[in-house]
Design a protein around this ligand. Sequence first.
Ligand code: PYC
Length: 403
Amino acid sequence: MIGPLRRWRVMRPQEQRSGYDVVIVGGGVHGLAIAYELAKRGVRDVAVLEKAYIGAGGSGRNTAIIRSNYRTPEGVAFYDESVRIYERLGVELGFNVLFSQHGHLTLAHTDSAVAGLRVRAEVNQLQGVDSVVVGVDEIRKLAPALDLSDRPRYPIQAALYHPPGGIIRHDAVVWGYARRAAEMGVHVHQGVEVTGIDLAAGRIAGVRTNHGSIRAGTVVNATAGWASTIAAMVGVRLPIVTHPLQALVTEPLKPFLNPVLVSATLHVYVSQTDRGELVIGAEIDPYASYSHRSTLSFMETSVAHVLELLPSVANVRVLRQWAGICDMTPDFSPIIGPVPDVPGFILDVGWGTYGFKAGPVAGRRVAELIATGQTPAVLAPFSIERFATGSLIGEKAAAAVSH
Ligand code: PYC
């Protein structure tokens, strides 16, 4: 039976089969990108199972910032591949994803923050990524609305300028991937919740859902927020703690802010969309929770901090605010790859506050892993084994404002 959610149309609903070669749990950018990339490689007996509607989770709740100015060589190489895919994605999918590469400015208000940005600039440049530390005169040219005087509580000293960074239309990315994947034969089932995972002789045999059981030799956990719940279904305990992350959007204004602005000291980031709204976000909420509730304290503190940066927006109205949930790992890097103890179970999880920007690279490389059985070099550092060997990929310093 096809329920109302499953009739929602970016693509035509398909009848659920009793088995697929690959079942992907989670219909966000990651799950859909993996499905699309598998189909491109000729692996088309694939189902994406989404318990709500595609893009309902982290993919529809993030602030759509794309960048690769990370802190570790592994992270920079990984996110840079994603930026490059995003640059061509609209053409590739035949769907305008509205990627605006207006640049990204990470502001430094202290000497130690400036030193940290210098390290990031060096690491970025060594990986061929365009990032440079700029002073106040250059910042003024890039973002004239910023208060660059010495009046603020934390005067701006310098910034990391990353020209390829920018913002994207996140729902267009989700719809573009879903539509192309479906055209190539992938089944995208909305309103289908995975309630259990079956093993046979120690390896993946299929999933149980609210719409019946499905056989599958490979199951991909591409969920955000529920990564631990899905992994627990095969007895795998992930080093993840789940926190809410909130954001808000203002009424539209005439274009005045080109780059994305990030301030770790003020725990805030702000960008102006192509429609003119300011999109504002902050640090994860400081408590573990699966709550999607918005709070007044988030709105009060984040807008107060934006006003320290951009005093001229004082009378702008906030239109709405929302929350998503983020799976945080100890090193602020994702967990991607097979689980040695559970053959056929693939992880694409632990996306914290950085998942949307990584969708295309994770999609391409996880599909390669499934199709070839070989872990691509760019994924290898992010395996779950790193928590046993201690080879962590410490990205806390460059993960938005999550300090
Ligand atoms: O990593 O760019 C980022 C980001 C923005 C909001 C949350 N994370």
